[in-house]
Ligand binder design. Structure first.
Ligand code: FAD
Ligand code: NAI
Length: 467
């Protein structure tokens, strides 16, 4: 009988492929089983990467249309070539998914294409597209099967006119009227893409606010800005049905608390009401694994499902983000190799890649209030930052929250152009247990937008200098 593998990883998304790479680096005999044709999971194929490709291209279009004239740049008549925009997106996706295949090979990881099913302790049966099966013997199994879009009862997704993120990233034409269900991260990112390209976008949200979970002051500012940019929000509203007519869709809504129904027309409806773990046909029960009522795989110490069975990424607790899945993957590979592996979920940053961007890490003001923690706050607007003024990117602010008494940074929340790149400074500071004074006394280059972070940090003790 052949030697068993050290690790069989089920799923080749950011969780799975990073776990595989790290396991390979640590000398473990590793297999990564992926049922899709390409590696990279949701993130590379129908998530982070294609959405950012469309956000970047549509932002460039909007800048050329709205911002170039004031900077003295003349263009001819602008137009959108949607096929080319989609082609450049596809090219990026292809390059990156091929890059993952290369990295697996480089780290001596065996990539098997097929659907993996756990058939007992140390056993994974893989079924390929032709129905051929093989059973792998392994010391460890890592479940990295990710997530899928949640759906609404009575609304039938066809990925043509009523779509999830998958269809929303590949529309064949710019819709005249687009309705988005859910004012979360996908709703706002996709809403901006299609609005910039010319669609009339309405976002319907069940709650009375957008971006639940985000610091409320930031979310309120975001809503104000996105409204000015042309998005229409219908908050505290539920969608009760979408009727497919030959030439249009009829969306029926009601106030969330009940009341008179309304209808609105749409060419396309995007359903973006959250995601749920994907565990279909996984065979979790064969090793005594369980899911909770939301479908999340239950784990102890973050990652352990059963002896020799681990789970990581979107299918377990914690934020459903690619970098969190990545960190889970590396930590589990290290634990399997007998090293220390740990991920601090409080220090996982979140970024919404709209314009302006929204970035946060640590606790929000609402969370601190709920926990009864006394905190101090420093805030600095980009309007007073010289680089932002020079670039005409004055919307938004940086806010830093610290513990009263110790000055330790507990959270940072920003909205502004490029803040997705700036949040890393706070992540590093928080990892090292920094105080606001540590940042306030650190020299930052001038003129940069990161000076706004320094000024906000100064603001915690009331010595902001540039406002
Ligand atoms: P996935 O990426 O979902 O990968 C799981 C893989 O497992 C899939 O390839 C699937 O085919 C495979 N699989 C499942 N079951 C089996 C099986 N039984 N056998 C074999 N293979 C199997 N996150 C960010 O951090 N930044 C972003 O900008 C961002 N943008 C996003 C935009 C959109 C539109 C969406 C939908 C998501 C976005 N995310 C973003 C979230 C991010 O995509 C996920 O958090 C991340 O992909 C999770 O990684 P994962 O490895 O846990 O799961
Ligand atoms: P989400 O959880 O961010 O937002 C879903 C929104 O839908 C919420 O505001 C929720 O209140 C609302 N909602 C739920 N049920 C509803 C209903 N019946 N009617 C109306 N509104 C309803 O989920 P989303 O946008 O689908 O994205 C899924 C996940 O993918 C995100 O949570 C995030 O983890 C990840 N993602 C991350 C991105 C990033 O990091 N930039 C980009 C896109 C997705």
């Amino acid at each position: 009988m052949a030697e068993p593998f050290d690790v069989v990883i089920i799923g080749g998304g950011p969780g799975g492929y990073n776990c595989a790479i790290r396991a390979g680096q640590l000398g473990l005999k590793t297999v990564c089983v992926e049922m899709a044709e390409t590696l990279g999971g949701t993130c590379l194929n129908v998530g982070c990467i294609p959405s950012k490709a469309l956000l970047h291209a549509s932002e460039a279009f909007a800048a050329a249309k709205n911002d170039f004239p004031a900077m003295g740049i003349k263009t001819g008549k602008l137009d959108v070539d949607l096929d080319q925009m989609m082609a450049q997106k596809a090219e990026t996706v292809k390059g990156l998914t091929q890059g993952v295949a290369f990295l697996l090979k480089k780290n001596k990881v065996t990539h098997i294409q097929g659907k993996g099913q756990i058939t007992g302790p140390g056993k994974v049966t893989v079924t390929d597209a032709d129905g051929k099966t093989q059973t792998l013997d392994t010391k460890h199994i890592v479940i990295a099967t990710g997530s899928q879009p949640s759906t609404l009862p009575g609304i039938e997704i066809d990925e043509e006119r009523i779509v999830t993120n998958t269809g929303a990233l590949s529309l064949k034409a710019i819709p005249k009227k687009l309705v988005l269900i859910g004012a979360g991260v996908i709703g706002l990112e996709m809403g901006q893409v299609w609005s910039r390209l010319g669609a009339d976008v309405t976002v319907i949200e069940y709650l009375d606010r957008i971006l639940p979970g985000t610091d409320n002051e930031v979310a309120r500012e975001a809503r104000k800005i996105f409204k000015q940019q042309g998005l229409t929000f219908k908050l505290s509203t539920k969608v009760t049905g979408v009727e497919k007519l030959k030439t249009k869709l009829k969306v029926t809504t009601e106030p969330a608390k009940g009341g008179a129904a309304e209808t609105l027309d749409a060419d396309i409806v995007i359903v973006a009401i959250g995601r749920q773990p994907y565990t279909e046909g996984l065979g979790l029960e064969s090793v005594g694994g369980k899911t909770d009522r939301r479908g999340v795989i239950e784990t102890t110490n973050h990652f352990t499902v059963a002896p020799g069975v681990w789970a990581i990424g979107d299918c377990i607790e914690g934020p459903m983000l690619a970098h969190k899945a990545e960190d889970d993957g590396a930590a589990v590979a290290e634990l399997i190799a007998g090293k220390a592996g740990h991920v601090d979920y409080n220090l996982v940053p979140g970024v919404v890649y709209t314009n302006p961007e929204i970035a946060s890490v640590g606790q929000t003001e609402e969370q601190l209030k709920d926990a009864g923690i006394n905190y101090k706050k420093g805030k600095f607007p980009f309007m007073a930052n010289s680089r932002a003024r020079t670039n005409h990117e004055t919307l938004g602010f940086v806010k830093i929250l610290t513990e009263e008494g110790t000055d330790r940074i507990l959270g940072a929340h920003m909205i502004g152009a490029g803040v997705g790149e700036m949040i890393g400074e706070i992540c590093v500071a928080m990892e090292f247990g920094a105080s606001s004074e540590d940042i306030a006394r650190t020299c930052h280059a001038h003129p940069t937008k990161s000076e706004a972070i320094r000024q906000a940090a100064m603001g915690v003790e009331g010595w902001t200098m540039q406002m």
